[in-house]
Ligand binder design. Structure first.
Ligand code: PSV
Ligand code: MN
Length: 389
C-alpha cells in the first residue's frame, strides 16, 4: 500500500532546499582540514557541484553565497553561470568574523569607524543581492566577549540595534534581513545574539521584512528546538533555517544524521505552523561542512533526509491527533505521531522520483555517474576552496 497520497506528493513537489556554497569546499576542525581530490577552486566550480545535487534530486534549485568567500568581479556573469547550470543564487551571507579589525566586535563594536566598516560590508552584500537577484541577507555575528566585565552588554545591544537599522534601511521592498542566533562560539562568556529571543527582539524592532534564522546546530544540548519553531511561526518571525545536525557543539554534520527524530519533530511543527509550502515565509537552507565525507554525496544525503522527514511530517493524521489531544488521550496522541515517524516513506519517494524522471536512488546514481572521478582528474592545480576562502 502506498504511504504517500497524491496530496502529499504534490506538497513535496514544491520543496526547495538551498545549498551553502561553502559545503563544497574543504572544511575541518581547528586540528586538521582534510582535502579531497576534485574540490572546487572557484565559486563557479562550487556551483557546478551544487547543480549535481539538484539534477539528481530536484530538491536544490538555489545556492547561497558567502561574501567575501564567493566574491567575484562580475555578478551578472555569475548569475548566468548559475542559470546555465540549472540553479539560481540564493541567500547572501555576510561575514564579519575573519578580519582582524573585528577582534572585539563588528556591528556592536565600541568604535564607530569599525561599526561603519561592518555596516558597509553589509551594504556590499546588498549590492551583490541586487546583482544576482537574491531575496535574503543573512547575518550571523561572531560578536561577544570572553570575560565578565570585558564589555558593556547593554551598550553592545544598543549599538547592534543601531547598526541593524542602517542595514535594514538599505534592503529592497522584496528583500529580507534574517538574523541568525548562536548560543556560544567564537566568544565564550557572552554572545550578542545568543538565542531566538534576542534575535526576535532585534528583528521585531526593525520591521516586517526582518526575520529570525534558526540554525539547528546553535542550541544547547537538550533544547526543545521544535518548540522554538512553533513559537517563531506563531509570532510570524521564522524567516529561515540553517539545517545541520550536532552531537556536541556546532558540529555542522549532515542534517538528520545525529537525530532523525528531532528533524521529524521540527518539520512537524513547521508543517503544523504553516511554515511549509508555497506562500510560506520560511526558507529552507543547509549550513553544513563535510569534514571526512565527500561533499556532493554529503549534500545529496542531506536534502534527501529533509525530504524524507518532511514526507513523514506531512502524513501525520492531524485530525486524529487533534481528537486524541482534545480527549487528553496521551498514549493515542503520542502513538499517532510515532506512527508517522516510523512509516518508511523511502520506497514511495524512490518510485515518485522515477516517475518524475529522476533517479530512484540519487546516491547510487551519483556514485556511478563518474562525476567524482572526472572532477578529480580535471581540477588539478590552483587552490582548493576551503572554509574561509
Ligand atoms: C556560524 O556558526 C554559522 O552557522 C553562520 O551561518 C555562518 O555564516 C556559517 O556558520 C559559516 O559556516
Ligand atoms: Mn548557520
Amino acid at each position: 500500500m502506498s504511504t504517500l497520497s497524491s496530496t502529499v506528493l504534490s506538497q513535496l513537489e514544491s520543496q526547495a532546499i538551498e545549498l551553502p556554497s561553502w559545503a563544497f569546499g574543504n572544511s575541518g576542525t581547528r586540528f586538521k582540514v582534510f582535502t579531497t581530490p576534485g574540490t572546487p577552486r572557484t565559486i563557479q566550480e562550487k556551483l557546478a557541484d551544487a547543480a549535481q545535487v539538484n539534477k539528481l534530486t530536484g530538491l536544490a534549485p538555489r545556492v547561497a553565497l558567502h561574501i567575501p568567500w564567493d566574491k567575484v568581479d562580475d555578478y551578472a556573469a555569475l548569475k548566468k553561470t548559475a542559470a546555465d547550470l540549472g540553479v539560481s543564487l540564493g541567500t547572501v551571507n555576510s561575514n564579519t568574523f575573519q578580519d582582524d579589525v573585528y577582534k572585539f566586535g563588528s556591528l556592536t563594536h565600541i568604535d564607530a569607524g569599525i561599526r561603519q566598516k561592518a555596516i558597509d560590508h553589509h551594504f556590499e552584500c546588498i549590492d551583490v543581492m541586487n546583482a544576482v537577484g537574491s531575496q535574503d541577507l543573512k547575518i550571523w555575528l561572531a560578536d561577544g566577549t570572553n570575560y565578565p566585565g570585558q564589555g558593556d552588554l547593554r551598550g553592545r545591544q544598543d549599538r547592534l540595534q543601531d547598526s541593524l537599522e542602517k542595514i535594514y534601511a538599505r534592503i529592497g521592498e522584496e528583500q529580507r534581513l534574517v538574523l541568525e542566533y548562536k548560543f556560544f562560539e567564537p566568544a565564550f562568556y557572552h554572545t550578542d545574539v545568543p538565542d531566538w529571543g534576542s534575535s526576535y527582539a532585534q528583528v521585531s524592532a526593525l520591521g516586517d521584512r526582518a526575520m529570525v534564522c534558526l540554525d539547528t546546530g546553535h542550541h544547547a544540548p537538550g533544547t526543545n528546538i521544535e518548540f522554538i519553531v512553533m513559537q517563531l511561526l506563531r509570532l510570524e518571525k521564522l524567516g529561515s533555517f540553517d539545517f545541520n545536525s550536532r552531537f556536541y557543539a556546532d558540529d555542522d554534520l549532515i542534517v538528520g544524521a545525529a537525530d532523525p527524530f528531532q528533524l521529524f519533530r521540527i518539520l512537524f511543527e513547521v508543517v503544523r505552523g504553516g511554515g511549509y509550502g508555497p506562500g510560506s515565509p520560511v526558507a529552507f537552507m543547509l549550513d553544513q561542512c563535510h569534514n571526512v565525507e565527500d561533499k556532493i554525496p554529503g549534500q545529496l544525503r542531506s536534502v534527501l533526509n529533509v525530504q524524507e522527514m518532511t514526507a513523514r511530517a506531512l502524513i501525520v493524521d492531524r485530525d486524529a491527533l487533534d481528537a486524541a489531544q482534545n480527549a487528553e488521550d496521551v498514549m493515542l496522541a503520542n502513538g499517532i505521531l510515532m506512527d508517522a515517524f516510523y512509516t518508511d516513506v523511502r520506497p514511495d519517494l524512490a518510485a515518485w522520483r522515477e516517475s518524475r524522471g529522476l533517479p530512484a536512488d540519487p546516491m547510487k546514481a551519483y556514485a556511478s555517474s563518474g562525476y567524482q572521478t572526472q572532477i578529480a582528474e580535471d581540477r588539478v592545480g590552483g587552490t582548493q576552496s576551503s572554509w574561509g576562502a
